[in-house]
Ligand binder design. Structure first.
Ligand code: ATP
Length: 514
């Protein structure tokens, strides 16, 4: 409950009481950044990056700078503040001098789309210093993924774990791996030659989300496999580990040799990040952090991007679609994301909006109800600007970085401040301006006010849409509703035909939403 409760009621771990306040730092021009490899600097400049954002400066100081990776880092910094590069850059810099290719850095993210996005960031910088980046998200077949992750001798064709087989001469094909927990566990459990024994860096991005879900115990598994004394434990009690890890019995043979006084080496460096980092001691304990250093932006627990403006639209429940259409008309062709509370309402709302022929904008649905290939195609079109409005379930809420999103619209009020922060954070990124509109029924206004009070800036004026525009939409709305009813009925009939009970449909949707 503490997670969703008020700021002051949350118990705080001792090391969280004295954070480094990132908001007090300045941006740092690349040419002033100490120790950066010139090849990396050149690559960043070609990407249009001329200076590092404050959170990136802070992490650089604690890793490549005087901090020398001696402490694990817990980073709570607003959406769009550049957390991805904050960890990617020091990892790539630190590995830029490596001689032999081993899997040394693992970045775990909760969803496939997020992992793809982060892989792109690593792909943009790592090759310039000779590093390769792999992906384990289940986008391609497991065999394809394996062949990209593990280099095997030509005669070796079998990719499955065989306890009887002789020790293989396999080697990692990547230095850095970006993964989702499920696919990571698949490789841990079954991919011959996939090992974490050389792992030096573990990044848990969107930490609070990842810690909420156990995903086949991926975190304890990874931590256990990278513990310095894993081998001695596993050799003295082989039965505890062999059935679980199969081919993966392993021990880290090398790693970052520096560490904190009195701790055994080598040590796995961990970086955990979120715009709404959990402060729940029992959840953080799962990470087994080593003398953690807490990096925050400002004193408040939750913080919005600097140039985000929030507005509320108060309307009757049944008139919400008209208010939304009128708002979208006002916003014209600006890139916008409309968030709803479920995959079902995402589908219905998107269908309904497309019946308003006066809206001369391309509107598409993006939700966990769709196949990955459909979602990826929609996302690509949205990035390119071929689609102007995305109606989305919470599948789009966290981490997604789409350039030029000007507006976020909460069609349904977000249930928690964390949801509001992540949704609103799809705009006003990287110092840009953006607006977040929330449609509210009268009875929700008070609750919404309370919700915003949990963040640093709770100013949220009313946004009015002209009544003339609302009136003119009434007749289109009535016919759009009729057409929606027909669509819903025909879809339900189709589902019945393929033998799905309505309750099963609901369960399946819930599953995909996760
Ligand atoms: N130093 C920089 N200079 C210019 N742009 C940058 C810099 N660092 C990051 N960016 C851009 O800022 C945007 C936001 O970065 P990023 O996605 O890492 O934010 P984030 O803090 O992880 O946000 P979220 O919490 O929503 O995941 C990206 O488009 C990225 O390319």
């Amino acid at each position: 409950m503490a997670e969703k409760g008020n700021v002051e009621s949350v118990p705080v771990l001792p090391w969280m009481r004295s954070p480094v306040d990132v908001s007090l730092l300045e941006e740092c021009q690349l040419h002033r950044l100490p120790f950066i490899d010139p090849r990396l600097k050149e690559t960043l400049q070609k990407m249009g990056i001329s200076s590092l954002f404050p959170v990136q400066v802070a992490v650089w100081k604690e890793t490549i700078g005087p901090g020398s990776f001696e402490r694990d880092l817990c980073i709570n910094s607003p959406t769009g503040s550049g957390k991805t590069l904050a960890y990617a850059l020091p990892i790539v810099q630190a590995l830029s001098t490596r001689a032999v290719k081993y899997l040394r850095a693992l970045v775990v993210l909760p969803t496939r789309d997020l992992a793809l996005q982060v892989k792109d960031v690593f792909d943009a910088i790592a090759p310039s210093v000779g590093l390769s980046v792999g992906l384990a998200v289940g986008q391609s077949s497991i065999a394809d993924e394996i062949s990209n992750l593990v280099m095997r001798p030509k005669h070796q064709v079998c990719t499955c774990y065989d306890p009887e087989a002789p020790p293989p001469e396999l080697q990692s094909a990547v230095d850095i791996l970006v993964a989702t927990p499920g696919r990571l566990m698949d490789h841990i459990n079954s991919t011959k030659g996939f090992t974490l024994e050389h792992l030096c860096y573990l990044v848990v991005d969107e930490t609070d989300r990842l810690l909420r879900e156990a995903y086949q115990s991926w975190l304890p598994t990874v931590l256990r496999m990278t513990e310095a004394d894993y081998q001695s434990i596993s050799s003295s009690k082989p039965d505890c580990f062999i059935p679980l890890f199969g081919s993966l019995e392993t021990i880290r043979k090398c790693g970052v040799e520096r560490g904190f006084k009195g701790r055994c080496y080598p040590r796995l460096v961990k970086m955990v990040l979120s715009a709404t980092l959990t402060r729940d001691p029992s959840k953080l304990a799962q990470l087994n952090l080593h003398h953690p250093l807490f990096l925050t932006a400002g004193k408040r627990r939750y913080r919005f991007p600097e140039k985000l403006e929030s507005y509320k639209l108060i309307c009757e429940s049944k008139l919400k679609p008209i208010y939304l259409v009128s708002l979208l008309q006002n916003l014209g062709e600006e890139k916008s994301i409309v968030f709803t509370s479920s995959v079902e309402s995402t589908h219905r709302l998107c269908t309904l909006l497309n019946f308003f022929s006066d809206l001369n904008i391309k509107i598409k649905e993006y939700s966990g109800l769709q196949r990955q290939s459909v979602r990826s195609k929609t996302l690509k079109a949205f990035r390119k600007g071929d689609v102007q409005v995305l109606v989305s379930s919470d599948a789009m809420t966290r981490g997604m970085d789409v350039e030029g999103v000007k507006n976020v619209i909460n069609y349904d009020m977000p249930p928690y401040i964390k949801t509001y922060i992540h949704r609103a954070g799809r705009t006003a990124r990287a110092g840009q301006s953006g607006r977040c509109f929330t449609l509210l029924r009268k009875e929700e206004v008070k609750r919404f006010k309370k919700l915003l009070q949990k963040a640093d800036d709770n100013s949220c004026p009313v946004y009015s849409v002209p009544s003339s525009s609302l009136e003119s939409l009434h007749s289109t709305y009535t016919s759009a509703l009729e057409r929606l009813k027909e669509v819903v009925e025909s879809e339900t009939a189709k589902k019945r035909k393929i033998g799905m009970k309505p309750s099963q449909v609901g369960d399946q949707k819930k599953q995909r939403e996760k």
